[in-house]
Design a protein around this ligand. Sequence first.
Ligand code: ADP
Ligand code: GN1
Ligand code: MG
Length: 375
Amino acid sequence: MRNAEEAMIREVASHFQYEGILQKIVPYGNGHINDTYLLTYAVGCMGLIRVILQRINTHVFQKPVEVMENILHITSYLHEKIKTAGGDPYRETLNLIPTREGKAYYQGADEAYWRSFVFITDAFCYDTVERAEDFYQSALAFGRFQGLLADFPAEKLHETIPGFHDTEKRFSDFQRAVSKDEKGRAKEVQTEIEFVRSRKEETSFFTERIRRKELPLRVTHNDTKFNNIMIDSETGKGICVIDLDTTMPGLAVYDFGDSIRFGASTGAEDERDLSKVRLNLELFQIYTKGFIQGCGGSLTKEELKLLPMGARMMTYECGMRFLADYLQGDVYFKTCRKGQNLDRARTQFKLVREMEEHWTEMNRIVENEMTLCVR
Ligand code: ADP
Ligand code: GN1
Ligand code: MG
């Protein structure tokens, strides 16, 4: 890390209610959005204590104060609920560490917004599904998360990114990015653009059902990537759902779908060799089972039936977002190499095709898991 960056982090850290001597600062995790650092403090005879310090990406979250109001609200609610149920509220939910002024965030002189979380020890986030059991545990945990928030007063939540999973809106944004073609990249990606456009009809699938009130809006996470869950290193259980920036009213099928998009692929999200990217139906079945169980019977029959469509839609939508970002010059998702957003878009489109080809099997798997759960 550069000296200037380290000095800046030290300055920011001095505004939080940390104790001890700051020993080490390292950039941390593989999120695409925020800048995350792991800080280690030596605290008297207590030894080393770690904390997470994050700079909120204000290009993505244009109302960071609202994001923090949501997070404070959600984490306080979860903390109490977990405590009452006899769980460990310092491991099973995120906990904010306040600033010295008692606020949930610190606003630096440069307009940057910072927040800090208690570090969840003895647990890991994985970027790929190495063991089916971990994926199953993540499904249980994401399902339970929805259950825990079932009675949360949803009207108190801000919509941190308007229309986050409004695929119709995402499609219009995409079309705008293609017509502007700011970086002159559209000509190289005509096949991919055509792929998105040819599926335009599908974009209103869920938005229509929301308008017709056919599907219930719930408090959902909306970014249920496998690396947004912490797996306990001792028990192997999905211990804590993290990355709560987009937790707001949404559809259960979004949370199901986004997990499938990322975790049930045989390849990395940015894999260049598309022959390695397939839909793993075994993982699809395992996640379906875990998610339905995790939701504890709260999903309606209609929601259950639409789980496969949730997977297809989230994958298609994410691919379209990656491609739009590529056309706009990689301004939204972090990249570490040229063409990474295009590669990401291509893996998503390959997966959509896989899902279209395995549509009957996906539906059969869900129907089967529905029956097993009802029994
Ligand atoms: P992004 O929005 O950029 O994805 P995340 O909030 O998901 O940011 O954090 C990035 C990474 O930091 C996570 O994948 C995880 O590895 C790590 N992380 C975040 N919060 C904690 C925490 N409280 N304890 C331990 N690790 C954490
Ligand atoms: C981003 O923050 P992270 O890396 O968990 C993005 C998701 C995408 C995902 C694709 C706020 O998630 O919507 O599905 O990248 N988060 C936001 O990997 O846009
Ligand atoms: Mg994340």
